[in-house]
Design a binder for this molecule. Structure first.
Ligand code: F6R
Length: 622
């Protein structure tokens, strides 16, 4: 949550800062601000509650010129969204300004001490504590006349002294009033990236603001601090001193973080799914051995063969993908899988044996509960693999191995293409584990052929967009929805319900279709549509009976069915057709009309699809 940007170089800093904040707005959007050092040496600080557009209005009245600056967009944790609580925060009497992502757990004790020293706080945030603390440490540093000649040593020393006192997580950037030729950035548990330009540097909490400005990026690691001038980047590790930094190539373009003609990022990302599925498959199918191949296991086939259990852990949509993976791996590989909410797993104490592998699934790679759960499992001695989309994020750095989704930036707060990519990758893992065990060469060949057909089937499902829009218009006024599916499509029901509630604020429940008789059927009435996910498969007839139970009680039914299913068409009020596909791949296809349904209902209801209320992408607080 929250987004950070920084700039130092020849440009007008605020232009980059505001553009960058727009690109980061999906991470938090309740208040924002920028600070620059003006050409005449003043601090310009402009911040406000509300969206970035509000900040732009403020900047039109109160410009913030200068070629060095920092900016922030906030998702409130400590203190409500307000002008005062928006970042940047001043330290001392405006000696420095700080933007911060993360949570400082011991801020109360530090605040008390600083108040005793005479510091006056303007906000209710934990972040302002960092600003005053750095100032207090700076005042204890020996004075230096030429800071640049001293390699900004006193500034670095002050920031290091302050950081050593913090308990919690931070990605932060400090801008000093007297020393506009340098920015200091630091991270612990909250990502920070430095973009290397031609005599300029950019800083951001993820790579999206950098696209189009530079393709050379440096990921800071935990406990690293960056001393950034226009011409130089030095990275200093808390324990190792100055360290070499690797420059990576940014693998996406400015177009990837723009809406590209779509009304919303969510719709764009729904329509990117054929390519996303292609990308996750690319290079990972081994035709000769009739299996899948992965570079990132960091475990030998013998170690993988010896596993007797997988625990998958994740949150939200990624947890739903884990449930799909459970069905896939248990079906194709006969290997027991448990799927745990990361927020529960981190505090539970499940019995673990030597044959347990943990897989953490995450789009962002930053979800605090997923990170905590994987650390707890590592503490217990389990190997942990990660399935992640965002390259260089925290979780892939901490896992023992893993796989990137390569889905490209997912900016809409509601996850879509990450889910289908996760399910595809899990199907490939199921194939791999199956081939290590009992699956024959010809069964492996068959699965490879089915996986290769997937992108086209996703494409075909998207063709029903207009029809889904009409169905959405018909039901958009309903205030309750049920989503019902069985086996592989039970997780799809959960995911369809989650998509609807998070972006349209309609109450929706996902259930295994047969379970609804045990309570939820009491909700059924003529204003409560039930969305049945019922492609042809082993439980088709059973789901059909469940559908009839709903119809018998006067509930409207929208059914997601295979093309040409006249039986379901006769009973359902509305149908959405999808191409037939093997059961273990069905969620990747059946979820598409559900994403579109949620999207169009939210649009009809006038909701802010990409930035739903109370939410933000990347839940970095536990
Ligand atoms: C729902 C959604 C969230 C995330 C969850 C986990 O559309 O996006 O439920 O799936 O916060 O996030 P990641 O996958 O980044 O760990």
């Amino acid at each position: 949550m929250c987004g950070i940007v920084g700039y130092i170089g020849p440009r007008d800093a605020v232009e980059f800062l505001v553009m960058g904040l727009h690109r980061l707005e999906y991470r938090g959007y309740d208040s924002s601000g920028v600070a620059t050092i003006t050409p005449d040496g003043r601090f310009a600080l402009v911040k406000t509650a509300g969206r970035i557009s509000q900040l732009e209005k403020r900047l039109a009245d109160t410009p913030a010129p200068g070629s060095v600056g920092i900016g922030h967009t906030r998702w409130a944790t400590h203190g409500n969204p307000s002008d005062e609580n928006a970042h940047p925060h001043f330290g001392g009497d405006g000696e420095l300004a700080v933007v911060h992502n993360g949570v400082i757990e011991n801020y109360r004790a530090i605040k008390q001490r600083l108040e005793n020293e005479g510091y006056v706080f303007q906000s209710a945030t934990d972040s302002e504590v960092i600003a005053h603390l750095i100032d207090s440490c700076l005042k204890r540093q020996p004075p230096v006349e030429d800071m640049a000649a001293a390699d900004f040593g006193p500034l670095v020393g002050a920031v290091q002294l302050a950081l050593a006192q913090l308990r919690g997580t931070y990605g932060l950037v400090v801008l000093f009033h007297q020393w506009p030729e340098v920015l200091i950035a630091a991270r612990l548990g909250s990502p920070l990236i430095v973009g290397v330009g031609d005599n300029e540097h950019f800083i951001a909490s993820d790579a999206s603001p950098l696209a189009g400005f530079t393709d050379k990026i440096v990921y800071l690691a935990d406990n690293e601090l960056a001393v950034v001038t226009a011409s130089e980047l030095r990275v200093i590790h808390r324990d190792q001193g100055q360290v070499n930094h690797n420059v990576h190539v940014l693998d996406f373009q400015a177009a990837d973080v723009a809406k590209g003609g779509f009304d919303h990022f969510m719709l764009k990302e729904i329509f990117e799914q054929p390519e996303a599925v292609e990308n996750v498959l690319r290079g990972r199918l081994d035709h000769d051995a009739a299996t899948s191949k992965f570079g990132g296991f960091n475990l030998t086939p013998q170690q993988l063969r010896a596993l007797n259990r997988i625990i998958m852990t994740a949150c939200g949509t990624s947890w739903h993908a884990g449930l799909v993976g459970e069905y896939q791996i248990e079906t194709l590989a006969r290997l027991p899988v448990e799927v745990e909410y990361a927020s529960e797993l981190r505090y539970s104490n499940p019995p673990i044996d030597n044959g347990t592998l943990v897989i953490a699934i995450t789009q962002s790679g930053e979800t605090a509960d997923t990170l905590a759960a994987l650390r707890e499992m590592q503490r217990k001695g389990c190997p942990v693999l990660g399935i992640c989309n965002v390259v260089g994020s925290t979780i892939p750095q901490e896992t023992d191995g893993g796989f990137y989704l390569r889905a490209g930036p997912e900016i809409g707060v509601a996850s879509t293409k990450a889910f289908t990519s996760q399910c595809t990758l899990l199907a490939m893992l199921a194939l791999y584990f199956g081939r290590l065990r009992h699956l024959s060469f010809s069964a492996g060949k068959q699965i490879i052929a089915e996986l290769q057909d997937l992108p086209d089937k996703v494409r075909q499902s998207l063709k029903h967009n207009d029809q889904v829009r009409s169905i959405a218009e018909k039901y958009a006024k309903c205030n309750n929805f049920l989503y019902l599916g069985r086996q592989f499509n039970f997780p799809t029901a959960l995911e369809g319900a989650l998509k609807l509630k998070e972006i349209s604020y309609i109450h929706a429940e996902g259930y295994p279709a047969a379970e609804m008789k045990h309570g939820p059927i009491a909700l059924v009435d003529k204003n409560t549509p039930s969305v049945f996910i019922m492609p042809r498969g082993q439980v088709y007839d059973k789901v059909m009976s469940n559908l009839q139970e709903i119809k018998a009680r006067g509930g409207p039914v929208i059914a997601v069915v295979c093309e040409g299913d006249t039986e379901a068409a006769e009973l359902a009020d509305d149908i959405i057709e999808i191409p037939a596909v093997e059961e273990y791949l069905q969620p990747i296809i059946t979820v598409i009309p559900l994403q579109l349904l949620a999207y169009h209902i939210a649009v009809v209801r006038g909701c802010d699809v990409d930035k739903p209320r109370n939410l933000a992408k990347s839940v970095t607080v536990a």
